[in-house]
Design a binder for this molecule. Structure first.
Ligand code: C5P
Length: 228
């Protein structure tokens, strides 16, 4: 099946853009970050309430991690990805700061990465899709003919996140805190030993700094009409 690979750093807008493209083309939006988040939540639940990020990290240092033993299921329903734990969709529970602050242990763990990659590839055997993440074009779908890499400065990405939070009426972090958080995640994502954030050589780079989401979507659609 055909795959559009969309990568970029935190806050580059790739998830929103991927959702809009999926809608327009009537294909699946495969959100790889959401699967990393669901695995993180699964390990948090296994450790029990109140466990610290440090305790969380220590289970990965001991080396005994089997992501396939977790009660995680990622389902396709009407071309939508449903991330489930113990049979129930996790919804927004995977978007909390507690999950975000622990996710790096999962993202650095090779067995976890393999599980996510396997699930994404299984989806691509069933349906056309647009997959967003950090390593879609380099590792998961290196043969895709439609690869894009979205970029914008840390300041612009932080400002967008902040405004988005204000829009949802929950700006519990200051602009400076968001900027620091994004810069830290960039550093972690770019320097990961496996699956690091990197533009594939054959990916088209789009600097989204001065573009609206609609502009980014139309650029991508204009490119893929010849390839997809
Ligand atoms: O895309 P999102 O910000 O939800 O992803 C959460 C985290 O999962 C990222 O900060 C990154 O560390 C990790 N991730 C990854 N590889 C991907 C997608 C996400 O390592 N393909």
């Amino acid at each position: 099946m055909r795959v559009i690979a969309l990568d970029g750093p935190a806050g580059s807008g790739k998830s929103t853009v991927a959702g809009m493209i999926a809608e327009q083309l009537d294909i699946l939006h495969a959100d790889s970050g959401a699967i990393y988040r669901t695995l993180t939540l699964a390990f948090m639940r296994r450790l029990g309430p109140g466990s610290s990020a440090q305790e969380f990290g220590s289970i990965f240092q001991s080396g005994s991690v089997d992501p396939d033993s977790l009660p995680v299921q990622v389902l396709l329903k009407d071309r939508r990805q449903s991330n489930c734990l113990d049979g129930a969709d996790v919804g927004l529970e995977i978007r909390t700061p507690e999950v975000t602050s622990r996710i790096r242990y999962i993202a650095d763990n090779v067995p976890c990465r393999n599980t996510v990659n396997r699930l994404l590839r299984e989806f691509s055997e069933q349906t056309d899709l647009v997959a967003d993440g950090r390593d879609m074009g380099t590792v998961v779908f290196p043969d895709s003919a439609s690869k894009f890499f979205l970029e914008a400065s840390v300041q612009i990405r932080a400002k967008r996140r902040y405004e988005e939070m204000l829009g949802h009426g929950r700006a519990n972090l200051s602009l400076e805190e968001i900027e620091r958080d994004i810069a830290r995640r960039d550093e972690e994502d770019r320097n990961r030993e496996v699956g690091a954030l990197r533009k594939a050589d054959d990916a088209i780079l789009i600097d989204t700094s001065d573009l609206s989401r609609e502009d980014v979507v139309s650029r991508i659609l204009a490119q893929i009409q010849y390839r997809f």
